[in-house]
Write a protein that binds this ligand. Structure first.
Ligand SMILES: Cc1cc2nc3c(=O)[nH]c(=O)nc-3n(C[C@H](O)[C@H](O)[C@H](O)COP(=O)(O)OP(=O)(O)OC[C@H]3O[C@@H](n4cnc5c(N)ncnc54)[C@H](O)[C@@H]3O)c2cc1C
Length: 412
């Protein structure tokens, strides 16, 4: 049994902590936030590997994990169906996964209000100091402290998030508020709409209390829109009182003026079904889209995982599944090689290139979306071709492509 510290109590950290605890290790998780992280999360696409990671964490997955869809559709600006594709998937929510993983992990091992400030190591152990003055020691440290990882900033300060040039408007809208037209033509599908240089997508997720009954569900949307870094992005990350949040604006601080502007544009350039959804979503929020691509994820007794290691833009729909995969790999190598730097090196050997490929795949999907604005034609044949490609490539299971090293088509 090894003493292991996990930094970060979101989904990545909870996957690692649950799996390592089940392997018999003495696991302590340090999370800087106090109280539940819930309330910000939206939809998550599931893949087979996510069910595997949940199962290794000791959580049995059944139909209540999410909402099943059978096909994808792309809508034109008049709401017409531009194309469709059969692709059964289960769509869940961040909140659902968070509760499953959090409730499965002992409270006394999940320490809140622990803002990790300094991490050091010697040949036998890792030491951690938190802002509140508390200190911890362990044989290994697993850092799943997110895109702006404090641990990464100490062991690899050169690895920084890079702005992708666009943001996403996100949110969830109650099914019960939508018109029959939107319910019949969009709600039950993984849907897309492709205005010039932009991309809207959405899918149904469970409603409050994880209710998946018809009438009680919600529609989750992600609308990618270009925003210049110096000008538009700064404006969007500034609240109605003029306060600027450079690393991400809290959902309820997004200015009502920007929400109003966004809804006006939606009426002009999106299918009316999506415009209705945006109109009826109470608190749309903003996500700045970044890439994080680490060249090294293991530093002696410290391993980076989850968003601390790699952030692929959400087009791949893989952030949570990737974190689950990484947690399983870490646990597997510790089981074979013990709580040693060698075990973490074996994890790095298995996962470094895969993580880099996920980021490359996400950049490829993002480039394609952006290219429509500058190069793509808007004639209906070209729109249909775009729709077919986007539906076939977005948020699909790419595990076999990753293993084959073909996450990005050779022509790119
Ligand atoms: C509240 C929340 C809501 C989310 N909602 C969605 C969603 O709807 N859809 C989606 O695709 N993805 C969402 N994500 C991102 C998704 O959770 C991640 O892509 C995935 O879990 C893998 O990242 P992670 O767990 O490693 O990092 P993250 O999810 O970013 O979590 C990092 C955790 O580390 C903690 N932390 C950061 N710094 C420190 C420190 N110095 N000391 C201690 N703790 C620290 C943070 O408070 C956070 O809990 C959300 C993340 C959060 C935190």
């Amino acid at each position: 049994m090894a003493k292991i510290l996990v930094i970060g109590g979101s989904l990545g950290g909870l996957f690692a902590a649950n799996i390592l605890l089940r392997e018999g290790h003495d696991v302590t998780l340090l999370e800087k936030a106090i109280g539940s992280l819930d309330g910000r999360g939206a939809g998550i696409v599931t893949h087979d590997a996510l069910a595997d990671a949940l199962s290794e964490a000791g959580i049995q997955v059944d139909n209540s994990l999410g909402v099943a869809v059978s096909k994808r559709v792309t809508l034109g600006i008049d709401g017409e169906n531009l194309g469709e594709m059969q692709l059964p998937q289960i769509l869940t929510s961040w909140s659902r996964l968070y509760h499953l993983l959090k409730e499965n992990f002992p409270n006394e091992r999940y320490l809140q209000g622990k803002n990790v400030k300094v991490v050091t190591q010697d040949s036998n152990s890792v030491q951690v100091s938190c802002e509140d003055g508390s200190t911890y020691q362990a044989e290994l440290l697993i850092a799943s402290d997110g895109i702006r990882s404090t641990v990464r900033s100490q062991v690899a300060p050169n690895i920084q998030p890079k702005y992708a040039g666009y943001i996403a408007w996100r949110g969830v809208c109650d099914e019960s508020n939508l018109s029959n037209y939107t319910l019949e033509t969009l709600f039950n599908y993984f849907g897309f709409c492709l205005p010039n240089g932009e991309q809207m997508l959405g899918y149904p997720v469970a409603g409050p209390g994880n209710d998946t009954r018809p009438g009680k569900r919600r529609y989750n949307f992600v609308w990618y829109r270009p925003a210049s870094e110096e000008d538009e992005l700064v404006k969007l990350l500034t609240d109605a009182d003029g306060h600027y949040y450079p690393t991400g604006i809290p959902p309820l601080k997004v200015s009502w003026k920007h929400i109003a502007e966004m809804r006006t544009v939606a009426r002009d350039i999106l299918a009316p079904q999506y415009a209705e959804i945006l109109e009826k979503t109470p608190s749309p929020f903003l996500q700045t889209i970044y890439d994080v691509c680490s060249e090294q994820i293991v530093f002696g007794r410290i391993a980076l995982m989850g968003d601390a290691a790699f952030v692929g833009r959400p087009h791949v729909g893989m952030g949570v599944t990737k974190a689950g995969d990484e947690a399983m790999a870490i646990a597997r190598h510790i089981a074979t090689l013990g709580p040693t730097p060698e075990a973490l090196e074996a994890y790095s050997k298995e996962r470094l290139k895969l993580g880099q490929q996920v980021v490359a795949r996400a950049q490829y999907l993002g480039r394609y979306m952006q290219a429509q604005g500058s190069k793509g034609s808007r004639d209906s044949n070209s729109l249909r071709r775009n729709a077919d490609t986007v539906m076939a490539e977005t948020a699909i299971d790419i595990s076999t492509l990753l293993v084959a090293g073909k996450a990005v088509p050779e022509s790119h």
